[in-house]
Design a protein. Structure first.
Length: 327
């Protein structure tokens, strides 16, 4: 009898929790890179859409920079599991698992997986003064001058870092370029447009407008095929088309809560997120920048976690082949 009473009390408490969440306290979306970059953009646009699908919610974005996104991820892994501190992160969740030997959290154990958001292609871009206008010119220029050039990224294990490593490995660049880390690809883009760095590989959500405005030069996309559905990006070849067989890199984004967040809260968040992914305004804004909103089983926690588990295994050899490790 006592056990029944305890179970009844627990379920009443859980029900009450779900009824009161999110309450008046804002929900913080931690973005582990600088404001204005592609990760920040996804979080802000998703937060705006979820305000409509999670009644009474108020989302705020907090940029917690550093160490390729792992400092922000650590903050969320150690946050109170009350549904008020969430992480919006990308392929770095998997890439850093293979790059960093001393993470302060376990990627597959210290988070509740809330579902995936989108898949974003990347573009190889250069400063306006770069003496190349086609991908072929670009690759020949890098082969001839690689050792004297620098490539920007958002820290070890960031998407831009991973892409730069994979591309240099794929073209067998003789001398590695100097890598210049930034707190995100927003400041990196500013440096590129100003000619302070030579090239970068970054997500279309951050590069499309700059390419269109002629503030940077674009040479190729990193997806297996061309982005034929995009009015601007369709004109750029894929790296695979340019002879880099098998090159296929897309930056996926997901949302996470600290382990131990109540199931009723997780369910509310996942349902609100899935509804937000169908929001016409969210879809329009994402598609305009080349992003593809997730519609498959990765929108559910189980599918999200299974996908990231597979990505960790897939990326490890690619990172080791590029021979770069960071503690
Ligand atoms: C990355 O390269 O990982 C991202 O573009 C970083 C960012 O969102 O600024």
């Amino acid at each position: 009898m006592k056990r029944l009473l305890v179970l009844a009390a627990a379920s009443v408490a859980l029900f009450a929790q779900a009824q009161t969440y999110p309450g008046t306290k804002p929900i913080t979306l931690v973005v582990p890179f600088a404001a204005g970059g592609p990760t920040d953009l996804v979080a802000r646009q998703l937060g705006e859409a979820m305000r409509k699908t999670l009644p009474g919610s108020n989302f705020v974005v907090e940029n917690v920079n550093g160490a390729g996104g792992t400092i922000g991820a650590t903050k969320v892994a150690k946050a109170a599991p009350d549904g008020h501190t969430l992480l919006v992160w990308h392929i770095g969740m998997a890439a850093t698992a293979g790059l960093y030997r001393k993470l302060q959290y376990k990627p597959l154990e210290d988070f509740e997986y809330l579902g995936m958001i989108n898949d974003v292609p990347m573009t190889l871009i250069g400063k306006p003064q770069l003496p190349a206008n086609t991908y072929r010119d670009f690759e020949n220029y890098i082969r001839a001058n690689g050792g004297a050039l620098n490539i920007a990224h958002a820290g070890l294990g960031s998407a831009s870092h991973l892409c730069g490593l994979m591309w240099q490995s794929a073209v067998n660049a003789k001398e590695a370029m100097t890598t210049i880390p930034f707190n995100g690809t927003a400041p990196a883009m500013t440096a590129l447009m100003g000619g302070q760095v030579d090239l970068m590989c970054d997500q279309t959500t951050n590069t499309t407008q700059q390419i269109e405005a002629g503030r940077v030069k674009a040479f190729a996309v990193t997806t297996a095929g061309r982005l034929n559905n995009h009015k601007l990006l369709k004109d750029y070849p894929s790296l695979q088309e340019m002879g880099l067989k098998g090159f296929n890199l897309t930056v996926w984004h997901g949302m996470y809560a600290p382990k131990g967040t109540p199931p009723a809260v997780l369910k509310q968040l996942n349902e609100a997120m899935k509804a937000a992914l169908k929001d016409p305004e969210f879809l329009k804004r994402q598609e305009a920048l080349g992003a593809v909103v997730v519609t498959d089983k990765r929108v559910d926690p189980e599918g999200h976690k299974a996908f990231v588990t597979a990505e960790i295994a897939k990326l490890k050899p690619a990172i080791e082949a590029a021979g770069k490790f960071a503690d």
